[in-house]
Design a protein around this ligand. Structure first.
Ligand code: HEC
Length: 150
């Protein structure tokens, strides 16, 4: 009887920890992405190049270049190590929360940009605004974390 109670408790605990959003979701999010051999920094450098493509595409009114840059952001891979390995131990939970929130913002912002450039004759001012809005997510995450790494 006691054994049974214990095993029920264990199952309950497993269930609770598997549903801990702070932990499991960030893990799942990263596991969901294509694996790569890049460090987090190298992955970010590719993000920078992708954003540059978008800007050049807008200035040149080149739909294909904007689309390419956007898809590089949309399909960015996971770095070789867990993203939170770049922050201090005490900041891991907070960085995981940031990842969850900003991944969403980044992909929604990019989707909006993709949509605005997909039309036959894009409104380049609108495309530009959407690219700027997207860059605000990059900039605000950097403001929070770039000086707070290990
Ligand atoms: C979840 C937060 C986050 C978001 C969102 C984010 N970055 Fe970063 N980025 C970082 C962190 C943290 C670093 C520092 C990495 C390091 O030095 O190891 C960084 C570094 C960079 C660097 C510098 C790489 C180097 O050589 O030092 C570039 C370029 C960059 N990011 C581009 C972007 C672009 C473009 C976007 C948006 C499309 C973006 N990032 C979105 C967190 C983020």
């Amino acid at each position: 009887m006691q054994k049974r109670t214990l095993s029920i408790l264990l199952v309950l605990l497993q269930f609770l920890s598997a549903n801990d959003p702070d932990h499991t979701n960030a893990e799942k999010l990263v596991a969901h992405k294509q694996k790569s051999d890049m460090s987090y920094k190298q992955m970010m450098q590719r993000m920078g190049e992708a954003y540059h493509m978008i800007q050049t595409g807008i200035i040149n009114q080149n739909k294909a270049l904007v689309t390419l840059g956007a898809s590089l952001i949309q399909n960015h891979p996971a770095p070789k190590n867990k993203p939170w390995s770049i922050v201090k131990k005490e900041d891991v939970a907070a960085f995981k929360q940031t990842l969850l929130a900003y991944d969403k913002l980044l992909h929604e912002g990019t989707r909006k940009l993709q949509k605005s450039v997909k039309t036959k004759t894009p409104n380049w001012s609108l495309v530009n605004e959407n690219a700027f809005a997207l860059s605000n997510h990059c900039v605000s995450c950097h403001a929070m974390w770039k000086e707070n790494l290990k």
